[in-house]
Structures are given as C-alpha cells and as structure tokens.
Write a protein that binds this ligand. Sequence first.
Ligand code: APR
Length: 240
Amino acid sequence: MSAARLASLIRERQPCVVLTGAGISTESGIPDFRSPAGIWAEVDPFEVASIDAFRRDPERVWDFYRKRIHTLLAAEPNSAHVTLAALEQAGLVEAVVTQNIDRLHTRAGSREVVEVHGSIRSALCPKCGREETVEGVLAQLDIRPAPLCEACGAILKPGVVLFGELLPAAAIDRATELARSAELMLVVGSSLEVWPIAGLPLEAGSLAIVNVGPTALDKRAVLKIDGSAGETLAAVAAAL
Ligand code: APR
C-alpha cells in the first residue's frame, strides 16, 4: 500500500530528487552511524572524524579511515542503489544527493550523484592542495601510519568532510539547486541529524521518507515508510 502511494507521488511530483544516507548502504554490509550498532556507538566521531582531531592526532584519524576505506572498497552496491539508478534511467529520478562517501551510487550506475560529504576516491594535501588517489593512499598506509603529500611532504587529509569543516561549495550549491527545483525530495536511509544537509528536504516542494526508525523530519513528510531501503524501493519500482 505505502509503496504504491510512493510510486504515485514519484510519478505525479516531478522532478523527484533523492537524498540518501548511510542507511541505504547497510544492506551492502556497511554499518551506519546512529543505529544502536552504528559506528558512533563504537567510537567518538570527534576523536576520529573531526578537523580538530586531524590537526591534533592525524595518525589516529588515518587509522580510522584506513579501516573505513578497506570496508567501503570491499562493499558492493545493493538493490536499493541499483533501483535508484534504474529510476534515473527511466527519467523518474533527476539526481541522487548523497551523504555517503562509499561511491556505491556511482558504481550502481547512477549518473548524477552529488557527494556532499566528499568520498573515499581521494585524499588532499591541506598545504599545497595536491590530490592523491585512494590507491596511492593505501600503498602509503602499508608502510606508514599517515600518507604524505608527494609534492610538499605534508600529511594528507582524507577526501571526506570532517566534522567542523565546510561542505564542498560546488556540491552544496548543486544539491541546493536540485532541492529547490524538486517537486518531491525522497530521503532514503538517513536520520537527518546532520546539518546543513538535514535542512535540504525543506527546500523541496514536498518530502517523502523511507527509513528504518524515526528521522528528524518525519512530521514534515507527506509520506513516511518505516522500512528497509532495498525491499521498499523494489516494491516502488514494481508499482511504477
Ligand atoms: N533501510 C532503511 N533505513 C535504514 C537501513 C535500511 N536498510 N539501515 C539503517 N537505516 C536507517 C537507520 O535507522 C538510521 O535512521 O538509516 C539511518 C541512518 O542514519 P545515520 O546513521 O545518522 O546516517 P546519516 O543520516 O547518513 O548520517 C549523516 O553523519 O556522521 C555523519 O558524515 C556522517 O554522512 C554522515 C552524516
């Protein structure tokens, strides 16, 4: 019933833009952050994923991201990622804005993916701006606790937005433009706890949510489906 209702909303309220969070990748074996068994239940984000932590103890931050990069590279897109790519192909999803750094939307075939929190694709030199590939970073991490810039020798920073950092301007501008033009923003797998992205759905004409458990914007949604991303999106696609 609710999948059929969401299918109608997607068909009637075009353009539809999708905003995803860690919950869409749990079915690929990647833990999310704020579920009871989430990453932040195990480790303090301000110790391993903030710009202050990086300045204070870059090797501790790289120990966290080295493990995270290996986990994300070993994961495969799941049916939810594949369904969103198919809906884009069918002209029913204009773009995916993702908070995830795992690259699984792109690997599933989505063409317009706006990575508002960066990605594991690269690392950047905070001193001279040089970019290093994830392969180059992992090769260095095999022999040292933190990768160094080959141009100036500074310690590289993971290519993701750390707590306390500004979001990449081009990505946030594009995400905002997409949200403002959307008749429907569909949120999949996010608690909508982290600003400014948590405010993005409020820029769209209307909001629908597919999420296991509550989100901060449930009351603003025209439809909330409390269910798993893979199963729900498959039912929606079947009803379209
Ligand atoms: N299907 C649908 N929802 C799911 C699934 C699933 N298979 N698995 C988990 N969820 C839900 C969880 O219940 C939770 O409400 O997805 C939500 C994920 O929320 P968070 O863990 O807070 O992840 P997210 O919203 O992406 O966090 C935003 O916070 O720590 C930062 O940078 C990090 O990008 C991240 C940001």
